[in-house]
Ligand binder design. Structure first.
Ligand code: ADP
Length: 443
């Protein structure tokens, strides 16, 4: 304010003095104009010196202070700031403070995420939207024995695994993908998930789990195999004894029949365990053939049809002669036989069971095993194919079930590349569907 007053005063004095000198006479108008111009220039210089320069210096010092603060130094005091700039100073100071604390919080989150990524037992890699690795953890480097820095390179260049490249490609087109594969002596499973921008890749080493699983199934198979021989001997003696039923006292006969029934159950159980082991061991090695379907289904449903007849159930098989499919006949017989046997077992007397095969225009063949029995409540659908999972154990035993039928169905279907579907509600019957691969596209 003092500066402005000074300028106004100086200009007034100057104009008055020049005006006096020039008046009166010819050319006085030009003199007056010149005087006014000089006065304006002086005023501008004075304004610059007294007002603009100090403010510019203030702004410069404010900028320096903020820059120092941005670089992590103390903000310093605001004492030297012109009162007219204090509002601007505190607004900028507040904004900088807010930005700094957000950056600190973000940095903390980034540090925690980086730590979690390192601590994970999975190999993790992040791939940007333009297909370049942006981050990997040490586990990932170790799993693929990466030499050189993978960050900044494409997975195909940096990671010596085609499967990794494929799983990322699949995730980019489908949203998510999974691949199980072997590198060196390790069994790995890679899961890739498309993110908002880029892909998250997680690789798990399942070698230990696979070995434990193999050891467990080998053990069960060995035990079953060892027990089968003495069991067969016991069954042989029982059969011989029961051959002459008339010579056995009634109470002893009753006990012997119980022993016989339970021994057969044990034998069935060991047979199923061994069969399950064999399917698992031969996974992906089942020979597939292009075959007419009807003869396979006729053989498969035979025992179930007999059982249905004994229970007064209606049993139907519908399969047009011309349907052909790519199948492993033994596997398909076991699948349909198990499903049809269950359909009869879990349907009350007088109910109905049907097995229907259809071929769609696309060539895909579907076999439906339908019953109007007790049904399966929704909460069991997810677990029903697990070994020994039963809804009603007593009923399953009564029906002579080993609790392994659907597990065998599932493993055969996996080995053949068939797809299984279940539709059922408690009390409203059940439909199990087996979808076979199209004959035009054999595996
Ligand atoms: P199980 O030898 O007990 O029949 P499965 O593995 O074949 O063993 O079947 C598992 C369980 O699934 C059965 O115990 C039964 O509770 C249920 N289940 C299977 N099929 C049917 C069906 N068609 N209707 C109702 N329940 C069924």
């Amino acid at each position: 304010m003092a500066g402005i007053a000074l300028v106004v005063l100086g200009t007034t004095v100057f104009v008055t003095a020049v005006g006096r000198l020039a008046a009166p006479g010819p050319g006085s108008l030009a003199w007056t104009g010149l005087a006014a111009l000089v006065a304006a220039a002086v005023a501008a210089v004075a304004w610059h010196v007294s007002v603009v320069q100090p403010q510019r210096a203030q702004i410069q010092s404010l900028t320096d202070r903020l820059r120092r603060w941005g670089d992590g130094a103390d903000a310093g005091s605001t004492d030297e700031v012109d009162p007219e700039l204090v509002a601007l100073d505190s607004a900028v100071t507040e904004a900088v403070f807010e930005v700094k604390s957000r950056v600190t919080r973000l940095q903390e989150r980034v540090d925690v995420l980086a730590e979690a990524m390192q601590a994970s037992s999975f190999g993790i890699a992040l791939i940007s939207a333009d297909g370049v690795i942006t981050d990997v953890n040490d586990e990932f480097r170790g799993m693929f024995r990466l030499r050189g820095e993978p960050v900044g390179r494409r997975p195909l260049e940096a990671v010596p695994s085609v499967d990794i490249h494929l799983v990322i490609e699949q995730a980019l087109t489908r949203g998510a993908a999974e691949r199980v594969f072997v590198t060196g002596s390790s069994d790995l499973v890679a899961r890739a998930e498309a993110l908002h921008a880029g892909v998250l890749l997680q690789v798990e080493d399942i070698t230990g789990r696979r070995e434990a699983e193999r050891a467990r199934t080998d053990f069960v198979a060995n035990v079953s195999h060892e027990l089968r021989t003495p069991l067969s001997a016991i069954l042989g003696y029982l059969e011989t004894m029961l051959h002459d039923e008339e010579r056995i006292p009634d109470d002893l006969l009753k006990h012997l029949k119980t022993v016989d029934r339970n021994t057969r159950r044990l034998r069935d159980l060991f047979e199923d365990l061994l069969r399950l082991h064999r399917i698992e061991a031969r996974r992906r090695e089942l020979p597939m053939e292009h075959q007419p379907l009807r003869p396979i289904l006729v053989e498969a449903v035979g025992p179930a049809a007999d059982r249905a007849a004994m229970r007064g159930q209606t049993f139907t098989l519908e399969c047009p002669d011309e349907i052909h499919a790519v199948v492993n006949p033994d596997a398909l017989t076991a699948i349909v036989g198990n499903l049809a046997g269950n359909a009869s077992a879990y349907t009350p007397e007088g109910g109905s069971v049907s097995v229907r095969a259809e071929q769609a225009d696309s060539g895909v063949v579907q076999i439906d095993v339908v019953d109007d029995g007790i049904g399966i409540a929704r909460q069991h659908h997810e677990r029903i194919f697990e070994r020994f999972y039963r809804i009603d154990t007593a009923r399953s035993r009564r029906e002579g079930g080993t609790g392994l039928g659907l597990a065998i169905v599932k493993h055969y279907a996996l080995a053949c590349g068939f797809h299984l579907e279940l539709q059922s509600e408690e009390g409203q019957g059940t439909t199990f569907s087996v979808v076979l691969a199209s004959p035009a596209a054999p595996r």
